[in-house]
Design a protein around this ligand. Structure first.
Ligand SMILES: Cc1cc2nc3c(=O)[nH]c(=O)nc-3n(C[C@H](O)[C@H](O)[C@H](O)COP(=O)(O)OP(=O)(O)OC[C@H]3O[C@@H](n4cnc5c(N)ncnc54)[C@H](O)[C@@H]3O)c2cc1C
Length: 370
């Protein structure tokens, strides 16, 4: 019997890393992306390799974050070596300003064995202005998301993954409870295993097949303030706003959370808000220009716990989405988990907390529409 390649839908960080896992396990993989690879939420991300205020999340988020944080240095090193594109993994540490939530934070740090200590901003960046005290997390790192995506694309091409850009997956075909194919730009493609990694767009594709995932777009905007290289070393987080210093001196300031549907435009109001937040954290930033602003649509999910697994009623149809604010940091472990499920391999992570059947339960619990 002829076997079909495994199909991945969506070329964001989740789709690219999932395709990589499957291809590295020796399988033929085809990837369909409706636009260009890696230009949506994943491109827009600050690339912080930890959830912000991680103790506020349910444990299943940390079960993915912890192994991913550990995997990132080797992943980036291997991508840089094999593709020549360095994702710039940088172990800068993260300073969280504020005196609140210390007990919760310490309890979380002890449980997950993540270093965390009380410090002042002056101790962490002695050569910068700005004051305040808080929690110092020296092991938190960041990557440059667009570089990570370009490196992943180069590696997938080297692994002979067949990539189709401008290819919108419009629907799926099935015979009884088994997936048989998909329609792409009006043409039918035979497939027996498909993984939908469509970010904020996943719901639109899957709800026709009985899966109303509670995943919706949540706009995030960021700006860049260009400083000289080395101006700022650690990341700084204060409330909902943060600074991420790149190696070339670009300081990313993020990010807004706006429920505005599929509208990706940037706004003056967000720019002003982010500038004010940046100057509030480090007044010296007022001497430098704002050079960029952008927006992306995060795939939001209840409590930030992604949906990953096989459709409860259609064999061969898998999804991986809803990574919300943490898709970059959660991606390596998510890709591994989903590849384990698609290939029916034994894995180290329990898939139960992420199962798609949660969406069926949510749908049953939802009030009936009149
Ligand atoms: C401003 C901002 C800052 C962020 N900062 C961080 C951070 O610091 N750290 C972190 O871990 N996370 C961060 N995130 C979150 C992170 O970016 C997302 O969780 C992650 O990118 C989601 O990846 P994804 O692959 O699921 O989605 P996406 O990157 O959106 O990719 C989905 C892809 O699927 C394609 N697609 C959808 N439907 C179809 C279809 N039917 N046919 C073909 N293709 C389809 C889309 O075109 C898209 O390219 C941030 C997000 C934003 C917006």
């Amino acid at each position: 019997m002829r076997t079909h390649p495994i199909v991945v839908v969506g070329g964001g960080v989740i789709g690219l890393l999932t395709a990589r896992e499957l291809a590295r396990a020796g399988h033929e993989v085809r990837l369909f992306e409706q636009q260009r690879l890696g230009r949506e939420a994943s491109w827009a991300a600050g690339g912080i390799l930890s959830p912000l205020h991680p103790w506020r999340y349910p444990d299943p988020v940390m079960y993915l974050a912890k192994p991913s944080m550990e995997a990132y240095p080797a992943l980036c090193e291997s991508l840089a070596r094999s593709t020549g594109i360095d994702p710039e993994w940088t172990g800068s540490g993260l300073m969280r300003l504020g005196e609140d939530e210390r007990v919760e934070a310490q309890r979380w740090a002890d449980r997950f064995e993540i270093p965390l200590e009380p410090r002042s901003l002056g101790e962490v960046c002695p050569d910068r202005g700005g004051d305040g005290a808080g929690l110092w997390m020296p092991s938190v790192a960041h990557v440059r998301s667009p570089r990570l995506l370009r490196a992943l694309e180069a590696e997938l091409r080297a692994l002979k993954v067949v990539i189709h850009e401008g290819a919108t997956v419009e629907g799926l075909a099935r015979e009884r409870e088994r997936l048989t194919g998909l329609s792409v730009n009006g043409e039918t493609v035979a497939a027996s295993r498909v993984v939908v990694c469509g970010g904020a767009w996943t719901r639109a594709l899957l709800e026709r097949y009985g899966l109303a995932l509670p995943v919706r777009p949540m706009r995030g905007q960021m700006i860049v303030i260009q400083t000289p290289p080395g101006f700022l070393k650690p990341m700084i987080l204060k409330g909902a706003r943060y600074l991420v210093p790149r190696r070339d001196g670009a300081v990313l300031v993020g990010s807004t959370m706006e429920s505005v549907g599929f509208v990706k435009e940037t706004t003056e109001a967000a720019r002003d808000d982010l500038i004010a937040a940046a100057h509030g954290i480090l007044p010296e930033l007022a001497a430098y220009p704002v050079t960029h602003q952008w927006a992306g649509l995060r795939p939001s999910s209840p409590e930030g716990v992604p949906f990953m697994g096989e459709h409860p009623e259609i064999r061969g149809l898998f999804a991986s989405t809803g990574h919300f604010r943490n898709g970059i940091v959660l991606a390596p472990a998510s890709a591994r988990l989903v590849a384990d499920l698609v290939l029916a391999r034994d894995g180290t992570l329990d898939p139960a907390p992420y199962g798609l059947d949660r969406a069926l339960e949510d749908a049953r619990d939802a009030p009936m529409l009149k």
